[in-house]
Design a protein around this ligand. Structure first.
Ligand code: MRU
Length: 373
């Protein structure tokens, strides 16, 4: 997508040096556009853990490149195959431990380990790691582009009924291009609609405590010229009660093969409000976010708990400096659950790269028959 008119992905390999990965460091957005250089798997694990990169698809792509960096390191220091493989196994464990909820992380690491294992020599293994890292990133971008095309049909249908008035989409957190390699999942249909002159307006929930909505989604939409309004998370129900939302469109960090959806904390409450007000609630996801091993989202999906300071504090720009201020009393305890699970019964449909399906096992497997049990 474009930043001040120039096309960017969120992560890429430098042209000059194929051992350096560059990524957009999201901690500084929307105030500063910073590009970080990552050279080791340890740096990549830290970038994921500390949320320089975030969002399911981008976490997966970062893990893919992380494994490639680990392969380069291993080839330089341990050129014998058993030691090379040992180093890769420990890099895989390090990356997998970085964040628990987005399944794209372990999916990308597993894919790398499987492909690298096909190499007969260390050089072959490094080449396979590079090819796989690029493939994971390219596929992520292409799958999001396809999600955009399938979601565009839904937005067009609503637009026809609204006779020229904008389609009001509600979104939560950032499932935009910053959360993937390009396009985004929830935002892909929005960008596709905007580019096709379907009038669209987006309600952006700020998404406390880290404000991915007001910091990232609002910035992205603004850069692309999409009309949007930032609202407090708690305004969602009010807007739906007053007919101001035509469709809720969110992303997911992990969706079970039965259709339960883990997404940023607060998503479940939006789904409840949507159900009560007959507002369609769609989840956009590339198939890399489907967990083919998990049946019951509420019982099985690991929910990340983060530091209390994220809840007790807020940050923003003051006289050109990014500063953090404390909002809650210093002595108060705070709990910080990163995600919640929206049960499939509250979901109207899933928008995937292969089309739209219902949030249930039969419908999901019909789109992805290669994952038959
Ligand atoms: O904690 P984050 O920012 O990595 O949260 C993940 C997300 O970006 C959201 O939950 C998003 O809606 C789904 S990931 C595309």
């Amino acid at each position: 997508m474009k930043v001040r008119g120039q096309h960017f992905r969120t992560i890429w390999l430098t042209l000059e040096d194929q051992c350096v990965v560059q990524l957009i460091d999201q901690r500084f957005l929307p105030h500063r556009f910073v590009i970080e250089e990552v050279r080791t798997v340890e740096q990549m694990a830290a970038a994921i853990r500390e949320m320089h990169v975030r969002g399911a698809g981008l976490i997966g792509a970062s893990a893919g490149y992380g494994m490639y960096l680990a392969a380069i390191e291993a080839a330089a220091a341990r050129p014998a195959i058993p030691e090379f493989d040992e180093h890769l196994a420990s890099a895989a464990a390090q990356l997998n431990a970085a964040r628990p909820t987005a399944v794209n992380l372990s999916w990308a690491v597993e894919r790398q380990l499987k492909n690298i294992a096909d190499g007969k020599t260390v050089d072959e293994k490094v080449a396979l790691a590079l090819r796989t890292a690029k493939l994971i990133a390219d596929e992520d971008a292409e799958h999001c582009r396809m999600i955009g095309q399938h979601g565009l049909n839904l937005l067009r249908q609503i637009a026809r009924k609204k006779a020229g008035k904008p389609v009001n989409v509600f979104t939560h957190c950032n499932a935009g291009w910053l959360a993937f390699v390009d396009y985004g999942s929830a935002t892909a249909p929005i960008y596709a609609a905007h580019d096709s002159r379907v009038p669209v307006h987006v309600w952006v929930a700020e998404t406390r405590p880290r404000n991915q909505g007001s910091k990232l989604t609002a910035w992205e939409l603004g850069e692309h010229g999409v009309p949007h309004t930032v609202i407090a998370d708690s305004a969602a129900g009010h807007l739906m009660q007053h007919g101001e939302v035509d469709l809720v469109l969110v992303g997911t960090d992990r969706t079970t093969y039965t259709g339960d959806v883990a997404n940023k904390i607060g998503t479940y409450l939006k789904a409840l409000a949507a159900k009560d007000n007959n507002v369609p609630f769609y989840v956009a996801l590339p198939s890399s976010s489907i967990d083919w091993r998990m049946r019951d989202g509420l019982k099985e999906i690991p929910i990340e708990e983060r530091g209390a300071e994220e809840v007790k504090c807020a940050d923003g720009l003051l006289e050109g400096q990014q500063v953090e201020v404390r909002v809650a009393p210093e002595g108060s305890r705070a709990a910080n659950y990163g995600f919640d699970v929206t049960p499939r019964r509250l979901i109207t449909g899933l928008i995937t790269e292969r089309g739209v399906c219902e949030a249930n096992e039969k419908s999901i497997r019909a789109l992805f028959p290669e994952h038959a049990p």
